[in-house]
Design a protein around this ligand. Structure first.
Ligand SMILES: [Zn+2]
Length: 291
């Protein structure tokens, strides 16, 4: 197909395809914003929109990070969207801008970074925002197989995708532990005995038990909570293992909202799920009904 194209046509068509790609990327961001607004990832069995992008959409961690940052920025600063679409601002540059870009500085700052490489954007930001964009030292570590595996497990358990942030978290914990000799008592879920909590955790494999209607199991392994299938407030047992299961925080909150639809003022429900027009609250949430 391409062999027959003359050089001029090949260049013009390549340019047109690249532009189309940028418009498509911008369209994907629009879809993602709406999916997130409706919290659809939660219903389908994903622990976060981040997890949804990786497992459902097939993006890598880096691609996901850049898209989520972009989604946040296009909602905050409207000037960003046309620049993404015409290719004068890349997703990578946008990610670099995310800690500092505000509505107020957008016209000036965007003008300085359009059509610049990401390296140039880093230099501009370091100059403009020396207090926010710190010069970072690069630490090179050779990872053997065991360390690589440990790092992946730790990232999952800590729900932390950024290696440097994880290292900081681990080191802080280590230093705190060494400084204070007090042993930390694990927090137990109220009303459920510690022994029962351990049994439920072992049975559910230390992973959120929610399975979406398409058979996708939530892969969240951090911040797990004990959920009462039949709520305690409605007479559900805290001793019967069949009535207990592990849910991540996001799925446990969604379940609480389904169990108590008029419980508007429950303090822990900060983001109410948008059910969609004409949808009955429990429709499609089969994952909460099955053990
Ligand atoms: Zn979950």
């Amino acid at each position: 197909m391409f062999e027959k194209l003359c050089n001029e046509t090949l260049l013009v068509e390549t340019k047109a395809a690249a532009l189309k790609e940028k418009i498509q990327t911008s369209r994907v961001l629009d879809y993602l914003v709406e999916v997130d607004r409706r919290r659809l990832w939660l219903k389908e069995g994903y622990a976060s929109v981040y997890d949804f992008c990786i497992r459902y959409l097939g993006y890598s961690e880096g691609e996901t990070h850049r898209r989520i940052q972009a989604c946040r920025l296009i909602q905050k600063v409207v000037e960003v969207k046309p620049l993404l679409e015409n290719g004068t601002l890349s997703l990578t540059s946008l990610t670099l801008l995310s800690p500092v870009l505000e509505k107020t500085n957008a016209p000036d700052l965007l003008h300085k970074v359009i059509n610049k490489s990401s390296r140039e954007v880093v230099d501009i930001l370091a100059k403009e925002f020396p207090e926010k964009i710190q010069k970072k030292e690069i630490l090179k570590i050779v990872l053997d197989e065991e360390l690589k595996e440990l790092l992946e497990q730790a990232k999952k358990l800590a729900s932390e995708k950024d290696g440097a942030a994880l290292l900081k978290k681990v080191l802080k914990g280590f230093v705190r532990q060494k400084k204070t000799r007090n042993t930390v008592t694990p927090r137990h879920t109220h009303r459920v005995q510690a022994r029962t909590v351990r049994e439920v955790r072992d049975r559910d494999g230390y992973q959120c038990k929610y399975v979406g209607q398409n058979g996708v199991r939530c892969n969240q392994t951090a911040h797990l909570q004990i959920d009462h299938v039949r709520p305690y407030a409605l007479g559900g047992s805290s001793r019967d293992l069949e009535n207990l299961r592990l849910l991540c925080r996001a799925h446990n909150l969604a379940k609480a909202q389904l169990d108590f639809p008029r419980w508007e003022k429950a303090p822990q429900i900060t983001h109410r799920v948008d059910w969609g027009k004409g949808q009955k609250p429990w429709a499609g949430w089969s994952g909460f009904r099955t053990q």
